[in-house]
Design a protein around this ligand. Sequence first.
Ligand code: FMN
Length: 265
Amino acid sequence: MPDREPSTLWGKLIALPVDSTPKTIFVAVTLCLFCSMIVAFAAVNLRPIQVYNKALDKKVNILQVAGLYKEGVDVGAVFSSFEPRIVDMRTGKFTDAIDIASFDERAAAKDPSMSSELQEDPASIGRKPNFTTVYLLKNKDGSLDKIILPIYGYGLWSTLYGFIALEENGNDIFGLQFYDHAETPGLGAEVDNPRWKAQWQGKKLRDEAGNLMIQVAKVAKVKEHHIDALAGATLTSDGVDNLVKFWMGKSGFAAFISNLKAGAA
Ligand SMILES: Cc1cc2nc3c(=O)[nH]c(=O)nc-3n(C[C@H](O)[C@H](O)[C@H](O)COP(=O)(O)O)c2cc1C
């Protein structure tokens, strides 16, 4: 007795030879859909973990730049000795107008209602945020120990995001470190090299007359303000030079630092 023709679409598909075009396309599409569902499920479910790890990484970087990070340290406990505050960059003073817990720094820096377009833009960041979070490290007696300020700007391939730690006098550098960039490993990414970063410690932002003197360059003008440019990565080094000068200068944190020193922040 001859085989009966399948009557449903599914039956017809199953009855096709395995190497037929419709059956191959069907299997490929089904597999793609299944895999994309797994990826979407993983992306949604891993999102809170990613957010947590990003926040943790930022805290680790703040501890590192302040010289408080050791392997195995309780990051949350040590981080509690910092006082995060929002600074209004237009006045150089603290503000409580922004909810610090939900403040998204990077989004705010791009938001026209929360930032202003830069006419002079040596750090190549386009817009200056109206608000930014700074971290004050306090001594046990409540006096100021270090000031941790966020800095960012363009290198050769990417925007470098980092922190600079200043001593309580607002002039001596304790450390500088980037936590996010895409410069080339072995060249621009040598900004992460501990030996290069160690050069920043003890350098002074300004001279006694208050002129901003800090400089990343191949040749030193004044040793106490000079950081050696990275060999083979002059463009990234120039980017770091520009961004540090921008953020430490009058368009950046200069007003805040002098307000803080005068007790007027
Ligand atoms: C693939 C590739 C990646 C590079 N990455 C960087 C980089 O991340 N930062 C940088 O300053 N220069 C980088 N350079 C080198 C620059 O093009 C340029 O030659 C260099 O900055 C000049 O530095 P020097 O005067 O110290 O030699 C790269 C070059 C190549 C070919």
